[in-house]
Design a protein around this ligand. Structure first.
Ligand code: AMP
Ligand code: MG
Length: 529
C-alpha cells in the first residue's frame, strides 16, 4: 500500500501557544525521519489527564483544556509543533527484522520543561511511512495499560517513558475482535532506541550513525564525555558503557519488582535505559522464573528469568551497531563485560535492600552469604508459586512488627495452632502464604540469625518503602479496561491514584492489593495492541 503524507486530511492548528518548543531532533536531517501530520480520529474524549506530570513539568493548565483535546487526539496541531515519524530497524525475537520505525507513534516535538527538554509523542495517531501493514492505531485496551503502567513504573521509581494524557475515540479498530481507538501522549527526554543505531549501521551509513551518536551524547548523555577517560578517550565506547550500565540498572529494577516486559526486541530498548513500549507486560502474580507474559511468545524467549540475558543480547546488537564508531573490537567486548559484572552486583544490592539488609559497602563475603539467602528464598517462592508482591509486602509488615512478635507467634502456633494470634497477625499472614511451612520457617530462622532483632522495626519500615503494596496486576488493568469500554473512565483514575504512590497504605483500597481472582489466570495478553 503506497503512502503519501500529503493525502492525509490537514489538521487544524490549536492557536494558543502553551509550550516552548526546541525540536533538537529535527537538526539530524531528513534521513532520520519523515515530517507528517497525525490522522484525525472521530469524536475524541478525554479518558485521563495526568495533572501531576503536567505540574512536574511546569506546563500550564491550558494544556488540558478542551481546545487541546483536539491536539492530544491528533486532530489539531499545537502552535510550534513539528510532527514527524522516525525511522529505526531492529532484531525481533532474535531475528534481524530490517526497517521498522515509528509505525503509529507521531513525534510532536521537543518542549522545554521544568525537568529539561521533553519530547512528546502521540501513540496511535495514524499511519506513517513506517506502518508497513499496520493501521497506525492503538486500541483503548492497550492504551489504558500503557497509560497506567508508565505511571505505575514511575511511582515505583523505575525509569520509564511517562504518560501525559489518554484520549478515547469510538472509531473502530480491528484486532482479534473489533475494538475502539485511543491516543496516548507520552513524554520522555528522548525516544531513541537501540534500533535507531542498528538502522544506520546496517545500511553502512557511518556518517549518519556518527551524527546520531553525537546527537545522543551532546543532548542526552553528556556524561559520556567524562566517561571517555575510562576508554582511552573513545567517546563511543563510553556511550556503549553508559547504556550498558543504565540497562543493567533497569533490568535489576524490573526483576526486583517482578515486572515482565514481554517484547524485549532491540527496537523496544531505550538508549536512555527507560522502560518503553508497554505491550503484553505483566507484574507477576505467583513467582515463576519461567513465567511468559506474552501469549505470542511461544518459545518463552522473553520469560521473566531470561530478561537479564536478553538485555545483554540486545546490548550486543547495539555494540555491533556502534562498532564502526568505536573501531576497536577488544574494547567493545570489554565494555560489554561491564554488564556481566554490574548486573549481578546491582541485583544483589537490590535484593538485599528488599530484605532490609542494606549497606552497599558490605564486604564480599557478606554479600555472597546474603546472595545464598536470597537464592534459597527465591527457590522456596518458585516451588510454592508464592504471590511475589504479597510475599514482599507481608514480609516487610512482619519484620516491621518485630522479632518479639514473631517469637510469640511461633510459640503460640506450636502449642495451639487454632489459637487466635491477634498480636502476631502479620506473622500469621506470612505463614498463610506457604504450604511447606517448615521450609519457610527454616529459611526465616537463617534470616533471623543473619540480622539484629532489635533492628527489625526500623528495617521493616525501610522495607515497606522498597516493597510496594500496589502493582498493576493484569486483572486490575482488565477491570479498568472493561469499564472504560462501557464508557466509564473512573477506574483508570482510581488505579492511577493508587499506583502513583504504591508504597503508601491507601486505607479502604486493600482489595487492590489482594491476591488476583481466579479469572485472572485466564487472561491472555498478546502482542496485539
Ligand atoms: P511493537 O512490537 O509494538 O514494538 O511494534 C513493532 C513495530 O511495528 C514498530 O515499528 C511499530 O511502530 C509497528 N507497529 C505496531 N503496531 C502497529 C500498528 N497498529 N500500525 C502501524 N505500525 C505498528
Ligand atoms: Mg515497539
Amino acid at each position: 500500500m503506497s503512502f503519501d503524507p500529503l493525502e492525509l486530511p490537514a489538521s487544524q492548528p490549536c492557536d494558543v501557544p502553551v509550550l516552548d518548543w526546541t525540536h533538537r531532533l529535527t537538526q539530524l536531517g531528513p534521513s532520520f525521519f519523515t515530517p507528517l501530520q497525525p490522522t484525525p480520529v472521530a469524536a475524541p474524549r478525554w479518558a485521563a489527564r495526568n495533572d501531576a506530570l503536567r505540574t512536574e513539568l511546569g506546563w500550564p493548565a491550558e494544556l488540558f483544556d478542551d481546545d487541546h483535546l483536539q491536539a492530544f487526539a491528533g486532530n489539531a496541531l499545537m502552535v510550534g509543533s513539528q510532527p514527524l515519524a522516525t525511522v529505526y530497524s531492529g532484531h525481533q525475537f532474535g531475528q534481524w527484522a530490517g526497517q521498522l520505525g515509528d509505525g503509529r507513534a507521531i513525534w510532536l516535538g521537543e518542549a522545554q520543561s521544568a525537568q529539561g527538554p521533553q519530547e512528546i509523542q502521540l501513540k496511535g495517531a495514524g499511519r506513517t511511512p513506517y506502518s508497513r501493514g499496520g493501521d497506525g492505531r492503538a486500541v483503548l485496551r492497550s492504551s489504558i495499560r500503557e497509560y497506567l503502567c508508565s505511571e505505575a513504573m514511575h511511582g515505583l521509581c523505575i525509569p520509564t517513558t511517562r504518560a501525559l494524557s489518554l484520549v478515547a475515540s469510538p472509531e473502530p479498530v480491528r484486532r482479534e475482535t473489533m475494538e475502539s481507538a485511543a491516543v496516548v501522549a507520552r513524554v520522555a527526554p528522548s525516544f531513541l532506541r537501540f534500533g535507531h543505531f542498528e538502522h544506520f549501521s546496517a545500511q553502512g551509513d557511518t556518517d549518519s550513525l556518527r551524527t546520531l551518536a553525537d546527537h545522543a551524547i551532546t543532548h542526552h548523555l553528556p556524561e559520556c564525555q567524562e566517561r571517555a577517560a575510562l576508554w582511552q578517550g573513545n567517546v563511543y565506547a563510553a556511550l556503549l558503557d553508559e547504556v550498558q550500565e543504565r540497562t543493567a540498572r533497569l533490568l535489576v529494577q524490573w526483576q526486583a519488582v517482578g515486572f515482565c516486559h514481554g517484547v524485549m526486541n532491540t527496537d523496544n530498548m531505550s538508549l536512555l535505559g527507560l522502560t518503553i513500549d508497554y505491550g503484553p507486560f505483566q507484574f507477576m502474580d505467583g513467582f515463576d522464573p519461567g513465567h511468559i507474559c506474552n501469549h505470542s511468545d511461544h518459545q518463552g524467549r522473553y520469560a521473566y528469568g531470561r530478561q537479564p540475558n536478553v538485555a545483554y543480547w540486545n546490548l550486543y546488537c547495539l555494540a555491533q551497531a556502534l562498532a564502526p564508531l568505536i573501531d576497536d573490537h577488544d574494547m567493545t567486548l570489554q565494555v560489554l563485560e561491564g554488564y556481566k559484572s554490574l548486573f549481578p552486583r546491582f541485583l544483589g544490592d537490590a535484593m538485599r535492600t528488599k530484605l532490609g539488609l542494606t549497606g552497599t559497602l558490605a564486604p564480599e563475603s557478606e554479600r555472597e552469604a546474603d546472595w545464598t539467602l536470597v537464592e534459597d528464598l527465591m527457590q522456596i517462592l518458585a516451588s510454592e508459586r508464592t504471590d511475589y508482591t504479597l510475599f514482599w509486602r507481608r514480609f516487610s509488615e512482619a519484620v516491621a512488627a518485630g522479632k518479639t512478635c514473631m517469637d510469640r507467634h511461633a510459640s503460640l502456633a506450636m502449642t495451639d495452632p487454632e489459637f487466635p494470634v491477634t498480636a502476631s497477625e502479620a506473622w500469621q499472614s506470612m505463614d498463610d502464604l506457604f504450604i511447606d511451612r517448615a521450609r519457610w520457617q527454616a529459611w526465616l530462622a537463617r534470616y533471623a540469625k543473619r540480622t539484629d532483632p532489635a533492628q527489625w522495626p526500623d528495617m521493616g519500615i525501610q522495607m515497606l518503602r522498597t516493597n510496594p503494596k500496589f502493582v498493576l496486576r493484569n486483572h486490575l488493568a482488565e477491570m479498568a479496561i472493561r469499564q472504560a469500554q462501557a464508557g466509564d473512565f473512573s477506574e483508570i483514575e482510581t488505579l492511577y491514584n493508587l499506583l502513583k504512590s504504591p508504597f503508601d497504605e491507601h486505607p479502604g483500597f486493600e482489595a487492590y492489593a489482594a491476591l488476583p481472582p481466579d479469572w485472572a489466570a485466564q487472561l491472555e495478553i498478546s502482542c496485539s495492541s
